[in-house]
Design a binder for this molecule. Structure first.
Ligand code: ATP
Ligand code: MG
Length: 650
């Protein structure tokens, strides 16, 4: 496919923290002299005791098999909550830290850094009074309300390790994640509120505890005010407990390598892993990427639409922005409530300058038409961002032209729960964008493309994406299972971190994520990423979303099975099916023509909105009896429809 180039404008090059020349210089230094580079940039956060050691990392490999150990700034002492709150009080006490926008458009509020301090200190004291201290794990199961951020920061203040579980997970999934990290304390709310509907969070916590036991305390935030069961010996309302404590709460002294949080990955590929992140390196990476990738300047209003239940919410709603003294917007609701204009209405209401969302939301809003966007102003927007999946060029163009009125660069940020922060991305003042490409590595990131045997490919090429050197925000281990960490990430290509993603590098050195390696299709000996075929389908004017998988094919080895969702108002017919086959042939070539196309009213997605191709593959293989773990699916019901209408009947 031809790649259009969107050059950096003069304005952007002038005002951005980093222009092209500076990017080149900084990037080169970061990979040639990582010690020197990170010695300098580690100081962007405040340390109680400064570090003298910068990097002490090994990915194992031929020289030291099995030895994987990652330590950054290891003799430094700091505290994440101190960096996100206390150090700003002298200069920014009255500045807004968090703008909260409720599910109901009539509800919103602003929290200053001073208020943030007091709320977090009180919550920390409530936890401390219930026995929470350094090294203890705390599960947070909350709606998108400021108390979710307070809870994370309260743990960080005390040196406790939080594990945030997305508020949309069922009691069973919650139970697995509580016992997975052994929390004795849970912080939750009476109910959540999303899209006008309540979510019984406290009841779910009760059901989870009934299943696994072992929880001593539940702190309940009052959100909707509906009455919930309270177990007197175990449960307490935050507002009652907070009355008993002061706003005086010193920050625990934490070693750079003390754990900050555990987060279970979103579960697109299989059993979620308890990813462990630590204190110093993580915060340096999160805050530095937030400042440079989003080109954050004082006074900007920044909005990341993720949920704090995902790593994007951790690094780019809470830790990165607050460490930078930014104003971060937190949204309780969904993009389609009360109407499909909601995102843009919120942008206008709070004069948002920087907006960061996921391709799944962009595609859904694209399917709903331009009018809902065009009726809002969006003049305040300066920069747009995307994360979570490859963004199809068609969706990129729509985001750029319709949402950004052709005026805002788009940062397509590739990263993972495991990487802690953004890894491959344009910097808006430095790197020209190509729709669908995550473009270039961030400072200190050394991506390589390797073939199946691990041979490092040079120049323009396609293969598997690995990272050759450690970076500060890298996960340190799988909680409680270092062997699984080594096996999952360092055994496929010894001495390198394997991302699990396929990738193409073009002649300009730009990286294009082609999808997960597990999803690669092999048609008559040609390896094909799912992203390319899906993007061709989405480029058809009647298609809003597509998912492509392989299935056994007598002649080709694998055939291409495509599921497509149409723009609202469009009808699926046999003619359209033929038209789509011809369309893909024309866009990519005959090798990519779908063998089977199924109309999908909805696609199976994780709760963070990613397409679960693993399940679609099983349906395409006509093996729907063994779908595997479906507990992380957002809407299990769509699967039944897809099975009933599958095209490949035995
Ligand atoms: P699990 O690891 O449990 O299967 P997951 O991989 O979906 O779940 P995350 O860590 O949330 O969990 O997602 C990281 C993955 O998302 C990446 O490996 C990549 O496949 C995809 N991804 C994220 N951002 C981008 C992007 N900008 N472009 C392409 N792919 C992306
Ligand atoms: Mg993953």
């Amino acid at each position: 496919m031809d790649a259009k180039l969107y050059p950096v404008s003069q304005d952007w090059a002038r005002r951005a923290h980093v222009d092209e020349a500076k990017y080149q210089l900084m990037y080169e230094r970061s990979v040639k002299d990582p010690e020197g580079f990170w010695f300098e940039h580690g100081n962007r956060i405040d340390w109680f005791t400064t570090y003298s050691q910068v990097k002490n990392t090994s990915f194992g490999g031929p020289g030291s098999p099995g030895e994987v150990s990652i330590r950054w700034f290891e003799d430094g002492v700091t505290n994440v909550a101190y960096n996100c709150i206390d150090r700003h009080l002298a200069t920014r006490g009255d500045q807004v830290a968090i703008i909260w926008e409720g599910d109901d458009p009539s509800e919103s509020k602003s929290i200053t850094y001073r208020e943030l301090h007091d709320e977090v200190a009180r919550m920390a004291n409530v936890l401390r009074n219930r026995g929470v201290g350094k090294g203890d794990t705390v599960t947070i199961y909350m709606p998108m309300i400021p108390e979710a951020a307070y809870a994370m920061l309260a743990c960080a203040r005390l040196g406790a390790i939080h594990s945030v579980v997305f508020g949309g997970f069922s009691p069973d999934s919650l139970a697995d994640r509580i016992s997975g990290c052994g929390s004795k304390m849970i912080i939750t709310a009476d109910e959540g509120l999303r899209g006008g509907r309540t979510v019984p969070l406290k009841a779910n916590v009760d059901a989870a505890i009934a299943k696994i036991g072992g929880v001593d305390h539940v702190v309940v935030v009052r959100r909707t005010g509906s009455p919930v069961e309270m177990e007197p010996a175990r449960d307490v309302y935050l507002h009652d407990a907070a009355e008993q404590v002061t706003t005086e709460c010193p920050c625990e002294k934490m070693n750079a390598e003390d754990p900050l949080f555990i987060l279970f990955t979103s579960g697109s590929t299989g059993k979620p892993k308890g990813v462990l992140h630590t204190t110093g390196g993580y915060l340096v990476h999160a805050s530095m990427t937030h400042e440079y990738v989003f080109d954050y300047h004082d006074g900007d209003v920044y909005w990341c639409t993720a949920d704090v239940g995902w790593v994007t919410g951790h690094s780019y709603i809470v830790y990165g922005p607050l460490a930078n003294g930014a104003t971060t917007l937190m949204f309780e609701g969904v993009p389609t409530y009360p109407s499909v204009s909601r995102f843009w209405e919120v942008v206008d209401k709070h004069q948002v300058n920087i907006f960061y969302t996921a391709p799944t939301a962009i595609r859904a809003l694209m399917g709903a038409g331009e009018e809902a966007v065009k009726k809002t102003s969006r003049r305040s927007l300066r920069l747009l961002g995307s994360v979570g999946e490859p963004i199809n060029p068609e969706a990129w163009e729509w985001y750029h032209r319709v949402v950004g009125d052709g005026r805002c660069p788009i940062v397509d940020t590739w990263w993972q729960t495991e990487t802690g922060g953004i890894m491959i991305t344009p910097l808006p003042g430095a790197i020209a964008q190509k729709p669908g490409s995550a473009t270039r590595p961030f400072f200190g990131v050394v991506p390589q493309v390797v073939d199946a045997e691990g041979k490092v490919l040079e120049g323009a090429c396609e293969g598997n994406l690995v990272i050759a050197e450690s970076w500060p925000g890298q996960m340190r281990t799988v909680f409680g299972d270092h062997q699984r960490f080594i096996e999952t990430y360092f055994s496929a290509y010894p001495g390198k971190y394997f991302t699990g993603d396929g990738c193409r590098r073009d002649e300009d050195g730009y990286y294009w994520i082609t999808g997960r390696v597990d999803d690669v299709i092999n048609v008559s000996g040609h390896r094909m990423g799912t992203a390319e075929v899906e993007s061709a389908l989405v480029a058809h004017p009647k298609v809003s979303e597509a998912a492509v998988v392989g299935y056994p094919h007598d002649i080709k080895g694998q055939g291409i099975y495509a599921y497509v969702t149409l723009m609202s108002g469009e009808v699926f017919t046999d003619d359209l099916r033929k038209e789509l086959v011809t369309w893909v042939r024309k866009e990519i070539g005959p090798i990519a023509s779908p063998d089977l196309i199924q109309f999908a009213p909805g696609l199976p997605k994780t709760r963070s909105g990613k397409i679960m191709r693993r399940i679609l593959r099983k349906i395409a293989e006509d093996e729907f009896g063994s779908l595997g773990d479906t507990s992380t699916l957002a809407e299990p019901a769509v699967v039944d429809d897809l099975i009933a209408n599958r095209q490949n009947r035995a």
